[in-house]
Ligand binder design. Sequence first.
Ligand code: SF4
Length: 459
Amino acid sequence: MTMKVLIETYGCQMNTADSELIMGILTAAGFEPAHALEEANVIILNTCAVREKAEARILGRLTNLVPLKRLRPDLLIGVVGCMAKHLGEKLVEKVPYVDFVAGPDKYRTLPEIIANKRKKAEIHTEFDRSELYTGCTPKRPSGVTAWVTIQRGCNYVCTYCIVPHVRGGERNVPAADILTEVKRLAEMGFSVVTLLGQTVNSYVDGDINFAKLLRMVANVEGIEQVRFTSPHPLGFSDELIEVIATEPHVAKFVHLPLQSASDSQLVAMRRKYTYEEYETIVHKLREKCPEIAISTDIIVGFCGESEEDYQKTRQAIIDNRFAFAFLFAYSERSLSIAARTMKDDIPSEVKQRRLAEIIDIQQHISKEIYESRIGSRVEVIVEGYSRRNSDQAVGNTRDFKTTIFDRGDCEPGDWVEVEVDSATSQTLVGRQIRIIKKGRAPAVENQIDVGISLGPTEN
Ligand code: SF4
């Protein structure tokens, strides 16, 4: 009997890409994607550990699966990803009916882990610095957009962050392999690719740095837009700014995590840049590429954050006018340097007050930015149709603003001109004026069902 597998994805885009990789590995070994929980023989939760809330949510989900496991004792439940690496054995102690646990470097062995599953839970969480999943082909959903992982792990040790402790050190996929993969994707019909790495701009392969790689990918025939996430402000070079500004197929959008605008907090976080250096990058980006949209990540309430530190961050949000921001109150993660050596000394109510305040400010700014487009015409690459209303198409502008408009006769992959009639703080809504350029037929692969919940990146 063919075993059917369902993957639920939690966390960042890296996990979404990893779920596609896992599905690719398993289908190559003879598994089939399941389309619903009820038909799955194997349920895999691809997990996130960056925040306590994320782990709590996954533990809750595992509890919800208990009745299904009782009903069908042969059902296998696996936990993979960052939380699997973070908790390892402890996860099985907490949730004894979990059948296997595999860290981010162990996906290649999942077919054997599942096949050899014995009564006792299998736990495989060792690091493997050489694992780049060369030769493994991800199984992507049909469409026009594709994730391409170019880097695994992280060499930075931001004190609050758990990522290097669960994903290991930085490893870069050879540029030749990336280009081969992007060409293959373009031939299949994918026209938008997003290059993924924990600190994507630290990518290097011989004399090919990230700026050069980005230019190469942008020039692959059939690729209409290249996005990337997430760069680190350190090493965000003038060369990279030049490529973003001048390559027509590179999205005019950068997600540039700030975290804090207080230099003493940046030191405590070990971010390795000052706020002035961050601002300089933002100014250069806006000077060279006036249409650029910039988003960010912010943490408030990190160890020792004074009211003055916080006010600097609050002011930076106002000054920089980010298109959007992922905003968080600090939550301590075991294994991180901060958890081992620093005191989580900001009271919860202070963290929550600061967070609520900046959420309010950012929402107001995002709304203003999006509303400023009302009445203008934007170019949108069509990425699909609205789930709520199939008469509406959904796509993104060149500066990565999600846009909804009447579908007309456009298809995924087309570039269309849209007149914006209204906006929220996250979406433009408009009317299709014309199709600027027809796309090629979108890629069609076996649709895979993965429950996707996208979260912030951690740079
Ligand atoms: S925050 Fe980003 S750059 Fe810093 S350690 Fe974590 S993953 Fe690496």
